[in-house]
Ligand binder design. Sequence first.
Ligand SMILES: [Zn+2]
Length: 281
Amino acid sequence: MDYIDPHVHMVSRVTDDYERMARMGCVAISEPAFWAGFDRGSVDGFRDYFRQLTDFEPRRAAAVGIQHYTWLCINAKEAENVSLAREVIAMIPEFLGKPNVLGIGEIGLNKNTLNEATVFREQVDLAMKTNELILIHTPHLQDKYKGTRMIVDMLLDDRRVDPARVLIDHVEEHTVRVARDHGFWCAMTLYPTTKCTPSRAADIIEQYGDDRIMVNSAGDWGPSNPLAVPDFVMEMRRRGHADSRIRKIVYENPLEFFRQCRNFRYTPPDTLRDLTPADPV
Ligand SMILES: [Zn+2]
């Protein structure tokens, strides 16, 4: 089945992963800017990362027929350095015109601190001034409910924010309603151990329905599985769900959300032509 992985950090994955994803039916991915495992020392570290996300990764993905989209931001873990965060926020507009940029993300909270909240609000402000979509990271810690609630409250406080243009990620059983009840989109992350497993995600779909919801692997440099979306497809089939319903969650819903981005130019895979192969790496 064709599918889209709307959250995967391919800068941390090898080309073999792109190939295996393509063989399993992956036709497009979106890659949010995230924490590299260490704090970057300067705004130029972020500028180079954004060049990688907007120039190199799209070519590496295109070589196997996958369309690559991305999101730009300074992540919550590095937001404690407010002055560096402000330099990065001022630099982001250099890249917002690139053809694969979907918006600002993944912004959010990590430990729910005051500095994180300040930097979060300033990035929402940037998204509103530049008319960009927003992708939200919710905390993984025991504070997930509290962090999600704080994020939703900050978004609802800003009257310019249209919830239909915001995707709240890493939702679980106890946070899916906080997000969706206000009209936001949401996504479940399928991790081998933490967050949602494919079977927990299928339970959530059975309980809350398939509107404004999607699933992703959030594959990165830690323990994660870039083929987690196909695992979810198999779990849904095992439970007897129709392919049309599964396709809505893994393909049509991400497309419907992304299409709100004015830059979004998706080419259905059967019409793909003139793929530009990446240089050997
Ligand atoms: Zn992520």
